[in-house]
Design a protein around this ligand. Structure first.
Ligand code: UDX
Length: 438
């Protein structure tokens, strides 16, 4: 099928590329000419394992095109995806102005001669956005234009986006229009995943409800971790004990500094705002947010307890990205932690396998911070090692080398990556989250 994706951000670029990979002909549109230029040169503007190769292969095969022209995109696509940002507003509600603008632009490019077109919301949007998109397209399109609107939320995780897209747990397609649903089912035929067909409002709700539930799991285990600490128990054992119950599952029960990134913080805030706007306040999610924010404060207290003061202390910081396998530092707890320590006068030498560049460009950190690619070099003469991101390379660190390089053998593990027994064997003083067993 011929499809068009408007917006080549994370979701748009990876979805477009994966649709091309399974055999569709895809036109990706973005109004940023530099981005399109970069993509036409075979480079990708983000770090995502496996994506650059797929983009190059599909461009070479003639299945993937890039343009700045919405008109060209709409003319090429029987199915037109909207994958533009839906940033938060100061009150937590979603700014839908990009969606509205693209809906108008699509409407102005549609003609009755093109025949029936499907317009799909891929961006994470509040329930009832599809209804507004349909209303807007109808208002701005010529008489006689035929179209249907679909919600098709994306559940990809950064760092494993290609695999999540090619082998999803499920595909959700929501519409109140049968012709649109039939075209979407055809589009997803090459995928083996189960397809869940719903009305449009349910599909929109599934995305916010899924992300909020995952965030709730994280805050739940973090609250349990704090109880473990007070009671002298090990949250890793507790997570295993409850996670082996199939009804609960072990995934997303990793205690730590809490969730960050471009999705969870924004989506939980949005769901709270949506629930309030329709008169069904979802206060449980406020508690999820409170626990998440407290994790950082508690961890800082823990470091302060040992170091006493940060001023004149050198901290080796392992991790800047909001999670492993990404260079993304948006809403990164690691950066919030870094800034808090800098504000109290610490000197930081930070490292991250991918995110040093993005942290320098977008992190806005102010204070005495420098960066090194070498995670061991960061330790030289430091008063403590602080681990803030769950990169596997940190979990397999040579602890003898860590102990040798640090000025004082203190390790604060904000992601429970290290084995407490190994740290003991390496003569490191070890503090983690919810593991106070002596
Ligand atoms: C998330 C959803 O997983 C994905 O389905 C949705 O489409 C977009 O939002 P992403 O933001 O890429 O994906 O990251 P994810 O892997 O979900 O991690 C989010 C945050 O939670 C990270 O900061 C991570 O460190 C944290 N996390 C995750 C934990 O603290 N503990 C866990 O057990 C899991």
């Amino acid at each position: 099928m011929n499809i068009t994706i408007i917006g080549t951000g994370y979701v748009g670029l990876t979805s477009g590329t994966c649709f091309a990979e399974v055999g569709h002909t895809v036109t990706c549109v973005d109004n940023n000419p530099e981005k399109i230029e970069t993509l036409l040169n075979g480079e990708i503007p983000i770090f995502e394992p496996g994506l650059a190769e797929l983009v190059q292969q599909n461009v070479a095969a003639g299945r993937l095109k890039f343009t700045t022209s919405t008109e060209e995109g709409v003319a090429n696509g029987d199915v037109v995806f909207i994958a533009v940002p839906t940033p938060p507003q100061p009150d937590g509600s979603v700014d839908l102005s990009f969606i509205e603008k693209v809906a108008r632009e699509i409407a102005q490019c549609l003609t009755p001669e093109m025949g029936y077109r499907v317009i799909v919301d891929k961006s994470t949007v509040p329930v009832k956005t599809g209804e507004k998109v349909a209303q807007t397209v109808r208002r701005y399109a010529q008489e006689g234009v035929e179209f249907g609107v679909v919600s098709n939320p994306e559940f990809l995780r950064e760092g494993c986006a290609v695999d999540d897209l090619l082998n999803p747990d499920r595909i959700v397609i929501g519409s109140n229009d049968d012709q649109a649903l039939a075209m979407m089912q055809k589009l997803y035929e090459p995928f083996v995943a189960p397809v869940l067909v719903t009305d449009i409002n349910s599909a929109e709700l599934i995305k916010h409800a899924a992300n909020s539930f995952l965030a709730l799991k994280i805050s739940y285990i973090n609250a349990v971790a704090n109880i473990c600490e007070a009671a002298g128990a090990d949250v890793e054992k507790v997570a295993e004990g409850i996670g082996t119950d199939k009804r609960i599952g072990r995934a997303f029960l990793n205690a730590g500094l809490g969730y960050g990134g471009s999705c969870f913080p924004k989506d939980i805030k949005a769901f709270i705002a949506i629930s309030e706007s329709i008169g069904q306040p979802f206060d449980l999610l406020k508690e999820v947010e409170r626990i998440n924010a407290d994790q950082l404060t508690r961890f800082l207290d823990k470091i302060r307890e040992k170091l006493w003061v940060f001023r004149d202390k050198k901290i080796a910081l392992w991790g800047l990205a909001f999670k492993q396998n990404t260079d993304d530092v948006r809403e990164s707890v690691a950066l919030k932690l870094a800034q808090a320590m800098l504000d109290e006068g610490a000197t930081i030498v930070a490292t991250d396998p991918q995110a040093i560049g993005t942290a320098q460009r977008f992190g806005n950190l102010s204070g005495d911070i420098s960066y090194t690619e070498d995670m061991y070099e960061a330790l030289d003469n430091a008063d403590a090692l602080v681990i803030a991101t769950e990169w596997p390379v940190f979990a397999t660190a040579d602890l003898k080398e860590v102990a040798k390089r640090l000025r004082t053998p203190l390790v604060f593990d904000g992601r429970n990556l290290l084995d407490p027994e190994d740290t003991q064997a390496a003569k490191l003083e070890y503090e983690a989250i919810g593991r106070s067993v002596s």
